[in-house]
Design a protein around this ligand. Sequence first.
Ligand code: SF4
Length: 391
Amino acid sequence: MSTRDSSEILQRAADGGRISPEEALFLYTEAPFHALGEAADTVRRRRYPEGIVTYLIDRNINYTNVCVTACKFCAFYRAPKHKEGWSHDTDEILRRCAEAVELGATQVMLQGGHHPDYGVEYYESLFRAVSENFPQLVIHSIGPSEILHMAKVSGVSLEEAVRRIHAAGLASIAGAGAEMLPARPRTAIAPLKESGERWLEVMGIAHKLGVESTATMMMGTGETNAERIEHMRMVRDLQDETGGFRAFIPWTYQPENNHLKGRTQATRLEYLRLIAVARLFFDNINHLQSSWLTTGKDVGQLSLHMGVDDLGSIMLEENVISSAGAKHRSNLHDLVWMIRSAGRIPAQRNTTYEHLAVHWTPEDDPTDLRVTSHFSSITNKRKPLPVLDNA
Ligand code: SF4
């Protein structure tokens, strides 16, 4: 394909036509950067003509770092019986939820390791406690790999696991654990994790039961460009069937304190190009979120010109990605500034992307400085992993 071909594909995608995985790969590797961003931004403008960019206030609460899956890229987990392993009891989790509510959070993201003792019953009890005590917090939590794990521990079907945790209060499933869905790169970084097909199977079951989710992708652990596009194809194919993904959220691998040290991280340019291709490729997913937490605020702001309509969360607590080196911090003022100085209108949203407050003018911007993210400063400071205990 030639530059002329890329213009034709970009025009078709900008007009709302579907592009093939082969065309997406061609655009990703060959299309002129500016033209790629312009086409993606055209799609964004057609979908969101008012120029609104959304953000969310939530708290990411980790209930345990004990995990039997030992992903090589993960700096957060500790093997069972490791002296640095910990689990928070329900009272501590509820205390953190109360703090989140006090700071204006509308969502809680409960995430943790694959603890060998945590079956469906544990999650039912946890979600019930949170939903009964804090009905104002939407529980958008865990991911398919936790669901696969809990179903195995409890000896129940995936469908039963999803039905039960949904009944206990889980509103929607986070896109966590997708990493890279194709087999080769997935096995290289997470050999004990369930396959990409199983990740999609859980999402498919949940969507058919009315439990929606997001989809993520982790870039930069040595996967090829073709494998990045293949990951997106796998997500798009399921979305054609179920329509249950609300957003696609690519992020970049963080290389500290884990066992993949030295692997290439995705460059900022690769990330921005991928963002734009994702906006053109996912004609069936409404929202595209960029990860300023892993790429930085400047890239987060640039992504708003490459098709992005959502900057995700002011996270009141985050320990998993920051354990691996993500150092970017923000507060509500920074996030609103990122959006406004990109020429867009900031709006706080809820989990289902409804606008809670649109800041039409700078006078409408929030002024509450208490809403500041505290990555790993609250607890769980950790040292680099010396050895991998159960790989
Ligand atoms: S990424 Fe999740 S499943 Fe993998 S080792 Fe870390 S906590 Fe466990």
